[in-house]
Design a protein around this ligand. Structure first.
Ligand code: GLU
Length: 477
């Protein structure tokens, strides 16, 4: 048995808004790493900022993760609920002499900075209370500060960024407990990560500077430092930091736009991580392949075309029942009406024929339009052009021939081909009016596939509807 502890990763969002694309990618990387290493993936809501944290945001984050299928282990942890434990660690450091009570007032700190500035010295606050004899302590409010190392350097051994060295004289005696006794966020993160047994901290590189400060706490407590992996942020196609003007930022907006979760996972995994030239892969492959060495150092660019392309491939390989279930969730997320039972049944029959070339759910629904629409099937403008008076008589001639044919793909193909031959034409020429009559569209799945899905009665009824509706003299132009 190996002596390395089992992998524990975590996603630690602050509940101040929806789950954005960057957060979703961070969650995915942590999930992939844990799942691929037989580890544990924890979810911690960093809700210590009471003014900015909302239950709605927590709910939106949970929903986003749920949609993406990033299931966490154990209960959702609230950081705020653990405030007593965070304070306990600060008091422990105080007792060990690794932290101290600082009685400096805001005015004194401001004055210190001004003097330092005037003298051209570092404005990092150096508290006069760091080495003060406790017998000199006044009966006044105080904060608890950590004793930061003053010499040497702190090295963050980052699996993505490499060794990042920070001179210790750049670190101040960070506050651990505020004067009201509440712990600061930086302390909460370290205590939680330690207590939760987190072995790998994979997060955005906007937290790299925090890592140096957090290491002070690990060192002071004598705790093992986790493996750091600070991943570059996501940029828009123009190379600038991803923002609203690049399009949707919320992970769930992509659900409402009709991107399947598997395609989204595949795409987000490729945003900043690579495995050779592989673009399209399954979850099992991603879990198997994902490692920290494959994370790039430069920001990934968000590319909607690539996302669509991968989504199309995932729709094509999806299992029909799962696809249909996700489609229902999409309709709900998009605020569209749910399918009726009849539509659902017809869609189930149509899915194998339409999922091959659909990139998104709206695309899939458009391809499956013939199966969802009910009679009378009204042609759209383009399809209507194929239903002129000449085609009316052709369709009425065809209908009786389909009355008794064996309803199989082969027999239908043979019948339609010989019918076309009898007219001195080819089936290709008949396809447009048939598409228009059966689907009301000019672009549809194959005519035979539609006939098989619709069945004899519905097919004949639609052909008949079109034949009798075609206005005399309205010749296809
Ligand atoms: N709560 C932080 C955020 O949402 C993440 C902190 C961390 O991963 O250590 O950006």
């Amino acid at each position: 048995m190996s002596s390395t502890p089992p992998v524990v990763t975590r996603f630690a969002p602050s509940p101040t808004g929806f789950l954005h694309i960057g957060g979703a990618r961070t969650a995915l990387f942590n999930w992939l790493y844990a799942r691929g290493h037989g580890g544990t993936f924890l979810l911690r809501i960093e809700d210590t900022d009471r003014a900015r944290s909302t239950p709605e945001a927590t709910a939106a984050i949970l929903q986003g993760l749920d949609w993406l299928g990033l299931d966490h282990d154990g209960d959702v942890i609230s950081q705020f609920d653990r405030a007593d434990r965070h304070a306990e660690v600060a008091l422990d450091l105080l007792a060990q002499g690794k932290a101290y009570k600082c009685f400096s007032t805001q005015d004194e700190i401001a004055a210190f900075r001004e003097t330092a500035k005037a003298e051209g010295k570092s404005t990092l606050f150096r508290s006069p209370w760091r080495d003060a004899d406790p017998s000199t302590h006044p009966d006044a409010p105080y904060v608890v500060r950590i004793k930061a190392p003053q010499n040497g350097a702190t090295v963050i051994r980052d699996r993505v960024q490499g060794d990042v060295t920070i001179r210790n004289d750049q670190l101040d005696d960070m506050v651990l407990l505020r004067s009201d006794g509440t712990p600061v966020y930086m302390l909460a993160v370290v205590v939680d990560d330690h207590d939760m047994g987190v072995t790998h901290v994979i997060r955005g590189d906007d937290h790299l500077n925090n890592a140096a400060r957090q290491m002070m706490i690990y060192d002071a407590m004598g705790w093992d430092v986790p493996v750091w992996a600070h991943i570059p942020l996501i940029h828009g196609p123009d190379g600038k930091k991803l923002s609203k003007r690049h399009g949707a930022l919320g992970a769930q907006e992509y659900q409402a736009m009709g991107y399947p979760a598997a395609g989204m996972r595949n795409y987000l995994a490729r945003l900043g991580w690579s495995h050779g030239d592989d673009e399209f892969f399954t979850d099992a492959q991603a879990q198997d392949w994902f490692d920290l060495d494959g994370i790039g150092k430069s920001p990934a660019r968000f590319d909607l075309k690539k996302l669509e392309n991968l989504c199309g491939q995932h729709i094509a390989i999806a299992e029909d029942a799962a696809l249909q279930k996700e489609l229902h969730a999409y309709l709900n997320a998009a605020g569209l009406p749910a399918l009726t039972e009849a539509q659902d049944a017809c869609l189930a029959a149509a899915l194998p024929y339409v999922k091959e070339r659909a990139k998104t759910f709206p695309d899939l629904l458009e391809k499956a339009h013939f199966a969802l629409v009910s009679r009378p099937v009204l042609p759209d403008e383009k399809a209507a052009k194929s239903l002129g008076a000449d085609t009316c008589s052709i369709l009425s001639e065809l209908t009786p021939q389909l009355q008794n044919v064996n309803w199989s793909r082969n027999d239908l193909e043979a019948t339609l081909n010989s019918f076309a031959e009898g007219l001195g034409t080819t089936f290709g020429k008949l396809a447009a009016p048939l598409r228009a009559a059966l689907a009301g569209r000019s672009v549809t799945p194959s005519v035979f596939d539609m006939m098989m899905v619709l069945g004899r009665d519905e097919t004949l009824a639609r052909l008949d509807d079109a034949a009798t509706r075609a206005p005399a003299g309205d010749v296809a132009g």
